[in-house]
Design a protein around this ligand. Structure first.
Ligand code: AMP
Ligand code: GLY
Length: 423
């Protein structure tokens, strides 16, 4: 099978690395790619925002299957365009991608199907939103409706903070994503992400993971795309997995199909495990980044047939095997991230890798034969171990082999799981 992979992050490097191991693969292409992905795939100069150019490339190169990593091209309808051209594609339609692209859409679906999530209201003007916030009191959560690169959410611990967040959204801080605002009840508990494949009808549960969204140790500072992750998340016990499938995932996928938007691809539920059990925070219609990196390390099965089955309606015949070990990844980011940072800073050494350790590239490039950091999140240092604690120790040991002066990282990735394991 000839495969084209779309994307250029750590998530796509992990996907490329795993797809490249498939006996079913005959050739792997990637766009835009990065130097890590280039070790696994032929990088093609292709403007992935130009959907017709992607179709033309697939025809010219006789691509059998396209795997789309990030959400933006999915929300823009790349999967629809490819499917209309008769090309098999892993990823949801634009209509199904609303599950991530519109928080209001997802909340309405939850209300209709009785899916546990925080009580909410949608607003298109500031004054009624503020009146509702005052009525509900703090803590309370203010969300821009659309895609805001993970930055459109304010978990307000005080009323003033909440009112300011409403004003900020309507003042255009998140562009058109903030034209509508969702005000949501605050959920208290431990977070986990739960990943599944779906082919429109059948759901295949994958695994759980936990991300670390805040930039600083102890979960402090502003939100980022994710500073590290581990899998499995111990808070997702067998009982919580069963309840999540029955109370959240299955009704959602049924609701999507019944509403005329059958979901195909991978998605993950961002969950809060509260004292009442799992409640939905949000859905994402793709693999998480950096959660994908730890999932790919742990997956024993061949990934490619699983993705293809999700794309072609045959997931009911598939199963998936995992290694018993835990995996943990530490993100190395450019100093200043998630704010402004310097670009093209040199990375002068990378560590050796083994069967249980791997450095996935995100925002890197080669300039004048030198590996440089070009993005906010740059490297994902990943390791496996018998427990999250030992995976953590292994990852931080590998990380010492990276020489990059402008890089920084959190020192406490995995702390919740480590605290459980050492309790
Ligand atoms: P989201 O962009 O929806 O993933 O939200 C970003 C983060 O805000 C989540 O990972 C949670 O940590 C937090 N968050 C979102 N909604 C809620 C909620 N209703 N209650 C508490 N925390 C929330
Ligand atoms: N790491 C969170 C995300 O990919 O949405």
């Amino acid at each position: 099978m000839k495969v084209l992979l779309i994307g250029s992050g750590g998530r796509e490097h992990a996907l490329a690395w795993k797809i490249a191991q498939s006996p079913k693969l005959t050739a792997l292409y990637a766009a835009p790619g990065n130097p890590g992905i280039a070790e696994e795939a032929a990088i093609v100069a292709l403007d992935v925002d130009n959907q017709q150019a992607v179709v033309d490339f697939c025809r010219r190169t006789a691509i059998d299957f396209v795997v789309v990593g990030p959400e933006a091209p999915l929300v823009a309808g790349l999967a629809d365009t490819l499917r209309a051209a008769g090309i098999a594609v892993f990823g949801p339609s634009a209509a199904a991608a609303q599950l991530e692209g519109s928080k209001g859409f997802t909340k309405d679906l939850c209300a209709k199907y009785g899916i546990p999530t925080g009580a909410y209201k949608r607003f298109t003007e500031a004054e009624p939103a503020k009146a509702y916030v005052r009525e509900q009191g703090a803590p309370i959560v203010i969300k821009a409706d659309g895609l805001a690169a993970g930055k459109g959410v304010t978990v307000a611990m005080t009323l003033d903070e909440a009112l300011a967040a409403v004003d900020e959204c309507f003042a255009g801080a998140f562009g058109s994503a903030g034209a509508e605002v969702v005000v949501e009840a605050y959920l208290d508990g431990e977070e986990a992400s739960f990943f599944c494949l779906c082919d429109g009808k059948n759901v295949l549960p994958l695994a759980s993971a936990q991300d670390h969204k805040r930039v600083g140790d102890g979960d402090t500072g502003p939100n980022t795309g994710g500073m590290g992750a581990y899998s499995p998340a111990p808070v997702m016990t067998a009982e919580m997995v069963e309840r999540t499938m029955k109370e959240i995932i299955e009704p959602t996928m049924r609701g999507m199909a019944e509403s005329g938007y059958p979901f195909t691809g991978v998605f993950f539920a961002g969950l809060m495990i509260t004292k009442n059990g799992p409640e939905l925070i949000e859905y994402n219609v793709r693999f998480g980044d950096p959660e994908c990196q730890v999932l790919m390390m742990r997956m024993k099965s061949d990934l490619l047939p699983l993705l293809y089955a999700a794309a072609t309606g045959t997931l009911g015949e598939m199963s998936v095997d995992w290694r018993d070990e835990a995996a943990l990844t530490v993100v190395m980011a450019s100093r200043g991230y998630p704010g402004a940072y310097e670009k093209n800073t040199p990375i002068t050494a990378l560590p050796d890798e083994s069967a249980t350790t791997k450095v996935f590239h995100a925002g890197t490039a080669i300039r004048d034969d030198q590996l440089v950091a070009t993005g906010g999140r740059v490297l994902n240092v990943t390791a496996m171990g018998d427990s999250v604690s030992s995976a953590k120790d292994a990852a931080y040991t590998v990380l010492r082999g990276v020489s990059w002066e402008n890089g920084f990282y959190r020192r406490d990735i995995g702390w919740r799981a480590v605290a459980r394991e050492t309790a």
